[in-house]
Design a protein. Structure first.
Length: 132
């Protein structure tokens, strides 16, 4: 019988051996129109005022941390694994290109990485955590 893993931290819930960080490539300028939102995004609401503030910062300083994306198997586009707020703010700022890191990722890994990234950055609200 599997040991109860609740209350033991995120590592107890997600098998870190399944997340492979070795197969990725970096692109400094990537066409923003070839990027799609993450269908597994755990964050259901992005505060408009925070997005406006981030867009202002991006207009001034650019996107400092690249988006993490994976190739969409059904099109010539890429799905966001991490960085949807940066993506939306970059769109709002009028950017045509953003920096990206391309990673091979399964749907399960996309969900896990998006959850990890959101928990590490800005707290998900309790409803978003429950759905994730």
């Amino acid at each position: 019988m599997e040991e109860n893993r609740l209350g033991k931290g995120l590592a107890a819930l997600i098998d870190s051996k399944e997340i492979d960080n070795s197969s990725s490539s970096y692109r400094e300028k990537f066409d923003i129109t070839k990027i799609l939102p993450n269908p597994f995004q755990p964050r259901m609401r992005i505060e408009p005022n925070e997005l406006i503030g981030l867009a202002d910062s991006i207009r001034e300083s650019g996107v400092i941390q690249p988006l993490i994306v994976t190739k969409d198997k059904n099109s010539d586009k890429y799905l966001i694994i991490a960085g949807e707020r940066r993506f939306r703010a970059a769109q709002l700022a009028g950017l045509k290109y953003v920096p990206i890191v391309i990673k091979e990722s399964s749907p399960q890994q996309m969900l896990e990485l998006a959850l990890i990234e959101n928990i590490q950055r800005q707290d998900l609200n309790p409803i978003e955590e429950a759905f994730a």
